[in-house]
Design a protein around this ligand. Structure first.
Ligand code: ATR
Length: 271
């Protein structure tokens, strides 16, 4: 059976094995998908051993996405823009092909699942790490009217705004003064993992604002509570994005596109 895996540290709570098992049974694809915790200083070796043992592809999560980008023999445009890889495919000649499906996953969740038309919208992206870099290209490609990026460390937001400026209307702003009443506010920081919300002013939110955290579950709660407290009517965590980025990876590996709605609903039901 073809083998796939998600590599991360930590990785034992990953929902990816469950998601890909659901995709495989739904599409009749024979494959095995496991979670592999690589040592913090041993991602390359762990990945090489997996490929040597016949592994066909993998997902890469925190903190290895930038390393995966450097290890890949070639990368698609989105991964190259982001300088981060979340999906690896082992080609017939053994070479590693890197992709980044995070931004596509976010876009599919926002537009297909949540029925949000991003064209012309004012979007605030909070955070300037790997997660933010992974979604900038697809967000700008969706035709947003204005994309403001802010970050605790301002220089990182400025660097991303400069790097992605060729793709669309992006500008960096101070974390304390990003502007008011955005249509969409996206949290791409890791603050929620420590139980905190990023320190954005309350008036970035308005009643019409859609707040979205790229992480899912309890880690999304501080940001979504901040948004709700500031009057935003709609708040969503990143579970839909997780399933959609997985569906895109499955398509890259197997050439078959799984349906996602039932998988998202099942994960929500399971808590
Ligand atoms: P990831 O791959 O998850 O994006 P990362 O590259 O380490 O991880 O980036 C983490 C992001 O979360 C950064 O934007 C970071 O801000 P800094 O660049 O200033 O470090 C942000 N972040 C982490 N903890 C935060 C907090 N408590 N408040 C605000 N931003 C935070």
């Amino acid at each position: 059976m073809d083998r796939y895996a998600v590599f991360g540290h930590p990785v034992k709570h990953s929902k990816s094995p469950q998601i890909h098992a659901a995709f495989a049974s739904q599409t009749g694809q024979a494959l095995r998908y496991e979670a592999i915790e690589a040592p913090l200083d041993g991602f390359a070796g762990t990945l090489r051993a997996f490929v040597a043992a016949g592994g066909r592809g993998g997902n890469v999560t925190v903190p290895f996405k930038e390393q995966a980008f450097r290890l890949a023999d070639r990368c698609d445009a989105l991964a190259s823009q982001a300088q981060a890889v979340n999906t690896l495919r082992v080609e017939a000649d053994g070479r590693l092909h890197g992709f980044n499906t995070d931004g596509i996953g976010l876009l599919r969740d926002l537009t297909d699942n949540l029925r949000l038309d991003l064209r012309g919208r004012r979007v605030l992206l909070v955070g300037a790490g790997g997660a933010a870099a992974g979604v900038l290209g697809p967000l700008l490609g969706a035709g947003v009217g204005e994309l403001v990026i802010v970050n605790r460390t301002a220089a990182r937001a400025q660097e991303l705004a400069a790097r992605f400026g060729v793709l669309g209307p992006i500008e960096a702003a101070p974390l304390q003064a990003p502007g008011k009443g955005f249509d969409v506010v996206l949290n791409a920081t890791a603050a929620g993992l420590g139980g905190r919300a990023p320190a954005v002013p309350a008036d970035v939110f308005a009643p019409h604002t859609v707040a979205y955290d790229l992480v899912y579950g309890p880690a999304a709660a501080p940001f979504l509570e901040l948004a709700r407290g500031a009057g935003a009517a709609a708040g969503h965590d990143g579970l839909g994005m997780l399933v959609e980025q997985a569906a895109e990876a499955f398509w890259l590996w197997r050439g078959v596109r799984p349906a996602t709605a039932a998988v998202i609903a099942a994960l929500r039901g399971a808590g």
